[in-house]
Every structure is written in C-alpha cells, then in structure tokens.
Design a protein around this ligand. Structure first.
Ligand code: ATP
Ligand code: MG
Length: 421
C-alpha cells in the first residue's frame, strides 16, 4: 500500500471539487438558518450505549457498521454513525427542552462513520447536514422539514430527485401491525439472519433489497391498512400541507428506513442518476427516541442529507454551480524591490476584502503569468524596476489583455472600482 493513500472507504476533498462540498453544505443549511433552526455541534464520538439504545441494537448500523472501541481508560465509545441520537442527547443535557420554547429546532453539519462495504456513493467516512425539531407533534413541522429539504435541492439546481413518503404508525397501531407481519413472515422461506430480524425488527424485512425476498413479500400485510385514526389523520395533514406547498411526493408503503426509532412520518429523497446508492437523504418522526435513551417524552422529527451523494447527484445531472472565482487579483512582481512593494499592495487589497493572490517563489514572468491565468483572477498587477521608478504598476485585464499604468497610491481604489463594475 502506498504511503500516500487515504484509508479504505475514505477520500479527500481536494480543490477545485472541494468547493462543491462547501457550496452543498451552504445550500442545505441556508433554508434552515432562515427558518428558526440554530446551529449545534456535538463530539465526533459518544458513549456507545447512546447509539446502541438510540439507533437500535438490531439495526445494521449498530450491529455491523459502527466503529466502536475502548479507550485506555476503559470507556466504551463509538465514532458517531449518525447525528440524531447525539443531537437529542445534547439537547437533553443542556435542558433545551425545558426553556419553554418547543419545538427546539437545531441543524448540524459534520462527518459520520460507518464500517460499510465501500462502493460508489457509499463510504466509511461521509458527511451530512441534518436538522432536528425536538418536542412538538405537529404535521406542519414534518411538512416544514420536507419543504426545506426540497428547497435546498432545488436551489442547487437538482431536478431528478423524488420524495418518497410513508407513515410507520405509532405505539398504538404499530404493534398490531407488527404481530400481523410477523405471522406472515414466519411462514416464508428465509435465511437465518432474516428469520432473526423477523423477531427483532420485522418491518425491516420489507426493506430487503434481494429479489428472491421481495418476491416472497408479495401479499404481505401493509401498514397502511393498520394505521389508527390518529395516525391516518396526521399523515393526511402532512400530505395536504406538502401538496399545498407545491412539493411533489410519492406514497411508498414499503419505505421503512434503516433506523429503529422512526414513528409516523418517514421520508426519503432519492435521486435517479445515482444507480444503487440512490438515497441522497432521509428522515422522519421519532416520537419514542427520547424515552429510549432515558429522556422524557419528546415527539420529534428530523432529517439528514448526505453531502457526498448530493455532490454526485449534481455531477450526474451535469450541474455546474456558479461558484465565485476564488481570486480576483493576482500580483506578479519582477525583482526584489517589486516583491516587497507588491506584497504590501496585496496585503492592502486583502484588508479591503478583495480576493488577491501573489506569485510566490520568484519564478520569473512566464511561470508567474501562468499562475495568474490558473487563478482565474480578473486582473493581474505587474511591476518591475522601471515601473517602480515611475511610481506606477501595470494593471492587466486578463480577459481583454488590455494593460494600463496606474499610480501606486491609486491601485487599491482603481481595482475596487474596476471589480465592482
Ligand atoms: P442507505 O440506505 O444508502 O444505506 P441510510 O438509510 O443508511 O442510507 P441514513 O442513515 O438515513 O442513510 O443517512 C442519510 C443520508 O446520508 C443518506 O441518504 C445518504 O445520502 C447518506 N449516507 C448514509 N450512509 C452513507 C455512506 N456510507 N456513504 C455516503 N453517504 C451515506
Ligand atoms: Mg445505510
């Protein structure tokens, strides 16, 4: 293995592509910041029980994908595989739910870790932007989150995504359905692993991607037929609010999602240009999670959108984001004296907020002009001994090639006015 190789299932974000990741994080978080969500940041690792209890022992995330380890002090920790349990833990620890201001609305952005089989769109280290609205049961809140995610994807220019929507019922109707489903599943011809899943979390069997399993699932009892009146009404309200907002969705009765804690509203955003790793984001209501991790009853809803897959979706649709050029002005000194003078000008321009870069390393005019070109700067300032003797620098318009001498004391002002036109 080469020394210069990132660990399996990971990759580095490198310019210029890395700029897309920043832009995606910004595009996803902007609608949240604009809708009453406050920024929260939690540690990259937690006590392992938080996830074992919160995400669910029987989920793949906890049983197979979690990076769990013991510290030298004997504490059992895990790298965070997802954000919801941590955010809820932090909100409870800080008593945010007791401030009399429910729901507590929070957003986050960070790295997550899962020991998965690496493939296109599936990594061991990936990045999400997420939102959680804690402590309110209100269909408008579920709708709000779906609408904001839709807005985020649309401002990025994405078109080929779809919203899948389902209701998983609540603690009244779900157990009745669970019994019926278990009865049906126990009669099927399934492998050991799946049989175990029937007993722990039968709904997840419906999510099995294997064709031979899916074939046997035809005729399985559907949750839709078991939803209690309260869940039905709640779900209908969410659907109506989305429709009124002009957000298209598809009802997907089989959508259960990988985490154990979801209740009622569940949704997933899928992109049709991504092949088998098509989910760009997902979420739902988790009314029981707070109690599962030892907190009070706090009905909540949230989502997490995958930044990596959103970038892949942009690339699949051939969308070029309009990213501002990182450098507006590039300075090329010719000789020692010019180097000192122009470096001073560069510092001044930067303090004025003008994005400026400098030809470092004394590489001569040709190499320096190549760097100037590559930087994407609109103007290059060049100065040699003769210019300095005359008290001027040359400002070159990189697009037209036109060049003019400007008095040293007026360079900043001149560039500011040229750049703003
Ligand atoms: P999948 O079904 O693809 O495994 P998931 O249900 O495990 O996804 P969530 O836990 O809901 O995913 O995470 C939300 C989003 O985070 C996903 O829709 C996806 O965009 C992203 N994501 C999850 N796991 C990975 C991963 N291993 N690599 C890259 N992105 C990921
Ligand atoms: Mg997964």
């Amino acid at each position: 293995m080469s020394t210069f190789q990132a660990p399996k299932g990971t990759y580095d974000l490198i310019p210029p592509r890395s700029a897309k990741f920043l832009a995606v994080r910004e595009a996803i978080s902007a609608p949240l910041k604009n809708s009453g969500y406050g920024y929260i940041e939690t540690p990259g690792f937690e006590n392992v029980e938080l996830f074992a209890r919160g995400v669910g022992e029987s989920t793949d995330i906890v049983s197979k994908e979690m990076y769990a380890f013991e510290t030298k002090g004997g504490t059992k920790l895990a790298l965070r595989p997802e954000g919801t349990a941590s955010v809820l833990r932090a909100a409870l620890e800080a008593n945010l739910h007791k401030a009399g201001n429910l729901p507590v609305k929070l957003w986050y952005s960070g790295s997550y870790y899962r020991y998965e089989r690496p493939q296109a769109g599936r990594y061991r280290h990936f990045s999400q932007v997420g939102a959680e609205a804690i402590g309110a049961e209100d269909p408008a809140l579920d709708a709000e989150l779906i609408i904001l995610a839709d807005q985020a994807y649309r401002t990025l220019g994405l078109r080929e995504f779809r919203i899948l929507l389902n209701s998983l019922g609540d603690k009244e109707c779900r157990p009745v359905y669970r019994d019926a489903l278990q009865g049906f599943l126990r009669e099927l011809d399934l492998d050991e692993d799946t049989r175990r899943r029937i007993e722990i979390n039968p709904l997840r069997v419906l999510d099995d991607k294997r064709a031979d399993v899916q074939k046997q699932l035809v005729g399985a009892p559907m949750l839709r037929d078991y939803l209690c009146d309260a869940c039905k009404a709640y779900h209908e309200e969410v659907r109506e609010l989305l429709t009124a907002a002009g957000v298209a969705f598809e009802d997907d009765e089989k959508l259960v999602r990988g985490l154990d804690y979801y209740t009622r509203t569940t949704f997933e955003f899928v992109h049709d240009g991504l092949g088998s790793q098509s989910a760009v984001g997902g979420g739902g209501r988790y009314d029981g999670l707070s109690e599962m991790i030892g907190g009070p009853e706090l009905p909540s809803v949230g989502w997490a959108l995958g930044v990596d897959r959103t970038v892949l979706a942009l690339e699949a649709e051939g969308i070029e984001l309009e990213l501002p050029a990182s450098t507006s002005v590039f300075a090329v000194p010719l000789g020692e004296e010019a180097r000192r003078v122009l470096f001073g000008v560069v510092t001044e321009l930067r303090r004025e907020g003008i994005a400026t870069d400098f030809a470092f390393g004394g590489r001569g005019l040709k190499g320096a002009m190549k760097s100037a070109n590559r930087s994407g700067a609109r103007y290059t300032i060049v100065a040699g001994e003769r210019d300095l003797a005359e008290g001027v620098v040359q400002i070159k318009n990189m697009e037209s090639g036109e060049q003019s001498a400007v008095a040293l004391g007026r360079v900043v002002e001149e560039l500011r006015s040229r750049l703003s036109s």
